[in-house]
Design a protein around this ligand. Structure first.
Ligand SMILES: [Zn+2]
Ligand SMILES: [Zn+2]
Length: 347
């Protein structure tokens, strides 16, 4: 008999691994260059590092093949075997043979088997996508590649591969899974790393633009953005600097929404809808807990003047939250509402 048949899950996992590696090769090289140097130097770095981008193409190609094999296995992994069926060791007294010891379908035929086993008509855009990556990969593996590769192009191809073979959210879910299920994850500060993981969202958005990134999420990322209180707390508990990634959004609601949801950490936090007291900030989403009060738009902490909280917040009064920015007598500049000033005034 034939032993050790692969499963759709085996190939699915392999495909996700390859795409994560392709993305990481680009992101790990580009993040420092992209943050600290001008565009001309960034291109110079990538001209020098074409080998890394070539590796990303090979990985994307391998991912596409693995996705097709995963789909074929749903019908039968036997469809992946080449050669005569009369050579299959399935008769009595024949010696077992491992699936991996058989010749399997070559690249070009794989697409045909894949399409034949689909229960729907294949999208022409998908055929073009597969063909584009196959040609590129062949140039890299068998010849001298003519196309000068750029990170933006390959990031798009990683995301498109997820969209074609899986669905929205697949890219982000598999990034999170591969980094936080890592055996060493328990040895590093997972909450800090999780908060910082949002830099990948910033990076991809800067590379491919908001609408192309939005196509990869069921979450609507086109709305107004806020700091996530959970990510901000996790990050600032460890780091000396402020948290700057804004990936929280107001949860859709029929009335006024009082919850922000974070795309990065997936947490939901209750917030207060009130104007930020800093005059230079138009924020209306404040975090108000026993430990901290801050504006989730500008990120500054809020220290209300003594008595403010107890004052009746009725319509028309100076404390009416709906009338605009609270006018405190001693606020002469937006930056005056800092802890030192208020503490001094309260003394
Ligand atoms: Zn968060
Ligand atoms: Zn503010």
């Amino acid at each position: 008999m034939i032993k050790n048949f692969p499963t759709p899950e085996d190939f699915g996992k392999l495909a996700q691994d390859c795409l994560n590696q392709a993305f990481d090769v680009i992101f790990d090289t580009d993040k420092h260059v992209y943050e600290f140097y001008e565009e001309a130097l960034q291109s110079e770095v990538w001209e020098y590092s074409q080998g890394k981008l070539n590796t990303a193409v090979v990985l994307i190609h391998q991912a596409i093949e693995a996705f097709m094999k995963a789909s074929i296995c749903l019908t039968s992994p036997l469809l992946l075997l080449e050669g005569k069926r009369t050579e299959w060791p399935v008769m009595p007294k024949q010696k077992d043979k491992d699936f991996n010891d058989f010749y399997t379908t070559p690249s070009e035929s794989l697409l045909y088997t894949y399409v034949a086993t689909l229960s729907r008509k294949i999208d022409e855009a998908l055929v073009n996508h597969i063909d584009e990556i196959r040609r590129l990969r062949n140039q890299i593996v068998h010849g001298i590649p003519k196309k000068k590769l750029e990170p933006k192009y390959l990031i798009l191809k990683v995301l498109e591969t997820h969209l074609f073979f899986r669905s929205k959210d697949s890219w982000w879910d598999s990034q999170i899974e591969s980094h936080f299920n890592h055996p060493l994850a328990q040895y590093y500060d997972a909450t800090f790393e999780f908060a910082r993981f949002a830099e990948r969202l910033d990076y991809v958005e800067a590379q491919i633009g908001k609408s192309k990134l939005a196509a990869n999420f069921t979450f609507n990322i086109k709305g107004r953005r806020y700091l996530c209180p959970v990510c901000k707390g996790w990050y600032e508990a460890e780091a000396g600097d402020e948290y700057t990634h804004r990936w929280a959004f107001l949860k859709a609601s029929r009335k006024v929404s009082t919850i922000v949801q974070c795309l990065n950490c997936a947490n939901e936090t209750e917030i207060v809808r009130q104007n930020c007291p800093y005059e230079d900030c138009k924020g209306t989403v404040l975090l108000n807990t026993d430990e901290s009060e801050c504006c989730l738009t500008c990120g500054r902490e809020i220290y209300w003047p003594e008595g403010y909280k107890e004052a009746p917040q009725v319509a028309g009064s100076p404390y009416d939250p709906s009338i605009g920015h609270v006018q405190f007598d001693y606020l002469t500049s937006p930056n005056s509402l800092i802890k030192g000033n208020v503490d001094n005034l309260n003394e």
